[in-house]
Design a protein around this ligand. Structure first.
Ligand code: ADP
Length: 475
């Protein structure tokens, strides 16, 4: 773990192993921290806050620029580590390292753009000044699916704002977290400004993060049930909260769109990270007029996706995170099949040489999905594309909105009015219009409803780490 500027063991002295999800091999071991370690990390962050929040924005930007530069220089080794620990294909890991580093550069720039306001008053003898100040110590909890960019997306804006931070990495990917903290250590982060706790049991750490008075803000990325629970705990102590949670993204193909083009987009998007992304499309709605062409293209594209160890050339889909994830995907596909869905490609766990020791599920297409199927409402988090056909009489916008989640949605249309109406009408925080990658360090990422609170990235992303202070001056 990295606490108060030092690499250290857990107070208990315990460690836990990390395995490669493609091969089952143990690839390392890390300290198994507990409440005492989390508290020590919070103390260090609290001690460091005074000096760090008093640095100039230019000094904070310099640290973030150095971290960005180091992360970029180390991109090849970071990508390899990510593939071994998390499983995604090497090319996808390299793309994530770049995306993760982008947050450091973008917030290095943004650090110097945080400005207040001078407001007019109705009183001649009064002036109003609005000042932005860092919220204080930030506690962050991150997931395994994007094990580097989910850290930098929080660390970039928190440090730029002048906050100090304690972070608990996901138990499946602590080595990636160590590598990111290595970047900050080597970039010269002062002691206590960034602190990392690793732990096999997240609960005691979460309790410290949500109850310790010195923590002023909780930022969490992970599943909806855990996010709701932690947000509740933190809100009970009136901490600022942002949570980025699950999704159930609709992908709507309107009759005027080219169904083949849309299918190519859907295939490229769906199998990113083996479908283990909160913005992965979970319902592909295609108008009946384009259905056959859409499905045919998907069959052909998905049939070509090679599953395997992400280190091997040509692999497009890596393993899932663990056996429970494979079982969840299998349960959804089997349920759909039993209720009458078609499964023209995939539909089973992958076994045999190169697969048995890992957690692999075949890239899968499910057609004729109906409302009574689990996959229609449960988040899948696996390499399964479910197709729902709609007709002229159906209100596809209402169908797309029929979920408690509200993270990402995708629309294919060539009609400007349809694009605008749908963009406005979808109750989702992120809408891709003929675009399957609506994410960037410069853009606000986040959801509505059960998908969370707050935004990460862009100007909105740094606002999550700032308090607004009003000064009324009588002159
Ligand atoms: P996933 O299904 O993606 O693993 P989780 O919400 O379980 O989603 O995990 C996301 C992050 O939340 C991980 O870092 C995990 O350790 C952490 N986490 C899970 N349960 C708790 C908890 N009770 N308290 C604090 N953190 C938790």
């Amino acid at each position: 773990m990295y606490i108060d500027g030092e690499w250290c063991e857990a107070a208990s002295g315990n460690r836990f192993e990390v395995t490669n999800p493609a091969t089952g091999d143990v690839i390392g071991d890390v300290p198994d921290g507990g409440a005492a370690d989390a508290t020590r990390a919070v103390e260090a962050a609290d001690r460091a806050f005074g000096a760090w929040s008093s640095t100039t924005a230019y000094e904070r930007a310099d640290l973030l620029y150095r971290a960005w530069q180091l992360m970029t220089e180390r991109s090849a080794e970071l990508a390899e580590l990510m593939t071994r620990e998390q499983g995604k294909p090497l090319k996808a890991s390299a793309a994530e390292v770049k995306y993760g580093a982008d947050f450091l550069r973008w917030y290095a720039e943004e650090a110097t753009r945080v400005a207040g306001e001078w407001l007019p008053s109705a009183r001649a003898d009064q002036r109003f000044l609005v000042l932005k100040q860092p919220v204080g110590v930030v506690a962050a909890i991150t997931p395994w699916n994007y094990p580097m960019s989910m850290l930098t997306r929080k660390m970039g804006p928190a440090l730029a704002a002048g906050c100090t931070l304690v972070l608990k990495a996901a138990e499946a990917t602590p080595l990636c977290a160590q590598a990111i903290f290595g970047v900050f250590a080597d970039a010269g982060a002062p002691a206590g400004v960034v602190n990392l706790v690793t732990a096999l049991d997240p609960k005691p750490i979460g309790e410290v993060f949500t109850t310790d008075e010195r923590v002023r803000k909780l930022t969490f990325t992970g599943s909806t049930p855990v996010g709701k629970m932690l947000a509740g705990q933190a809100a009970g102590n009136l901490k600022r909260v942002s949570v980025e949670l699950g999704g159930h993204a609709p992908f709507v193909v309107f009759p005027d769109a080219d169904p083949e083009h849309a299918a190519k987009g859907a295939a490229a998007l769906k199998f990113l990270n083996s479908g283990q992304a909160c913005i992965s499309p979970n319902r592909l709605y295609v108008h009946e007029s384009g259905r056959d062409a859409f499905v045919e293209t998907l069959v052909e594209r998905i049939g070509r996706v090679k599953a395997g160890n992400g280190m091997d050339d040509g692999v497009g889909v890596g393993p899932l995170v663990n056996d429970a994830a494979v079982a969840k995907v299998a349960r959804q596909v089997d349920d759909a099949r039993a209720k009458g869905a078609g499964v023209p490609v995939g539909g089973q766990r992958l076994t045999g040489d190169g697969f048995d020791a890992g957690h692999f599920y075949a890239p899968t297409l499910v057609t004729d999905v109906t409302d009574d199927m689990l996959i229609r409402c449960e988040e899948t988090f696996g390499p399964v594309a479910p197709v729902i056909t709609y007709g002229d009489g159906d209100d596809v916008l209402a169908m797309a909105n029929d979920t408690n989640y509200g993270l990402a949605a995708y629309v294919y249309t060539n009609d400007l009015s349809t694009a605008m109406r749908t963009f406005e009408g979808l109750r989702f925080g992120i809408v891709g219009i003929n675009d399957v990658n609506p994410t960037s360090a410069a853009a606000p990422f986040g959801g509505m409803g059960d998908s969370g609170l707050g935004r990460e990235g862009g100007r909105d992303g740094i606002a999550e780490y700032l308090e607004v202070k009003l000064g009324g001056f009588a002159i």
